[in-house]
Design a protein around this ligand. Structure first.
Ligand code: TRP
Length: 333
């Protein structure tokens, strides 16, 4: 085995069953990175509390998401896969980092402003500190690289600034500046053909859906809005169904759809039927693996608890260095 390049950390909030957008935007990339990096993947359930109304489904959503991760090929032998709250050191680091974080920097972040706009009645202290907790995630595990979508770039830049101010303030070099690895993501819209695929908009296609459910969702996808009648020529360039064909269908099929749609040789119904079939075929191994994992109710829990144990080893080391750098009473240095 060749030596792995460095440590990668990424986190995602426990949103339950994952959809195609999650798969193409994150999971696929998480799986691919396992070969080259020492990968640490975290279900960030504490972050979820910043916007949550109820925790009724929190544990269930964590379990369901982990099942999808594992069925999709995230491998506990290659990666540390764990739940954020199982390694409470992150909250200690969060508090420590908060002391070197100017409040104005947090309130100026676009992600914070968005959340305030979306949820003006729940601007809690934890929400303001969201990026500090995210920094603590990354820095606790001394990640060199963090795969993120473009929306998270300000958070990564923030984490780098936190490292600089901590290291400067305590005249140390224990924390490491992480690099953002921008994931190249095809723009996958929801079945409405308008907005990004998301569970809360209910425009998503779940990985674990049955083939019948998947077909139903695909058949309800919005195509080229200019194409009103079967005999109108269509424009694949503006069609979300075609975007998915490019990902899940063979080159030949993509080529002929591209040609036939423009001359109204193929209609949207047939085009979607083909997509549903290809998608279902693509997801077959995932679904089989998920069924198998579901058959052993303890499996996911065991994987996550073992992941937490391994994560804790790294976390304890970093925290010992951090406490020493600060110079707390009774800490050897
Ligand atoms: N903020 C990220 C999101 O909303 C989730 C997250 C929490 C994260 N901690 C992280 C991502 C650490 C990367 C690294 O998607």
């Amino acid at each position: 085995m060749t030596a792995k390049k460095g440590r990668v950390f990424s986190g995602a909030r426990p949103t339950g069953r994952q959809h195609l957008g999650n798969y193409l935007g994150a999971i696929k990339n998480y799986v691919a990175m396992q070969d080259d990096y020492r990968t640490v993947y975290c279900i960030v359930d504490i972050h979820a509390l910043t916007t949550v109304e109820t925790t009724k489904d929190l544990a269930f959503n964590t379990q369901e998401m982990a099942l999808d991760w594992l069925a999709a090929g995230m491998d506990p032998k290659q990666s540390i896969i764990f739940v954020q709250s199982h390694v409470p050191e992150v909250m200690e680091l969060h508090t420590i980092l908060s002391m070197v974080t100017p409040l104005g920097k947090l309130t100026a972040l676009p992600t914070f402003k968005e959340k305030v706009r979306d949820n003006p009645d729940n601007v809690n202290y934890g929400l303001v500190g969201y990026p500090v907790l995210m920094s603590a995630d990354i820095l606790l595990y001394k990640a060199d690289a963090v795969p993120v979508g473009t929306d998270q770039i300000p958070h990564l830049e923030f984490a780098r600034e936190v490292v600089r101010s901590f290291n400067f303030h305590y005249e140390t070099d224990v924390l490491i500046e992480p690099q953002a690895v921008i994931t190249k993501i095809p723009k996958v819209l929801g079945i409405d053909g308008e907005r990004k695929m998301s569970k809360s908009l209910n425009n998503h296609i779940e990985l674990a859906a049955t083939p019948e459910e998947t077909e139903k969702r695909v058949m309800s996808m919005v195509t080229d809005p200019q194409r009103q009648r079967r005999n109108d020529p269509g424009n694949p360039d503006v069609c979300n169904v075609f975007t998915l064909h490019k990902i899940f269908s063979s080159e030949n099929e993509v080529e002929s759809i591209n040609k036939d749609c423009r001359i109204a040789e193929i209609g949207c119904v047939d085009c979607k039927r083909k997509l549903a079939a290809n998608l279902n075929k693509h997801l077959e191994p995932f679904r089989a693996k998920r069924k198998e994992l579901e058959g052993d109710p303890d499996y996911v829990r065991d994987v996550l608890l073992d992941g937490a144990k391994r994560a804790k080893v790294i976390a304890a080391e970093t925290m010992a260095e951090v406490r020493e750098a600060i110079g707390f009473y009774g800490v050897k240095g």
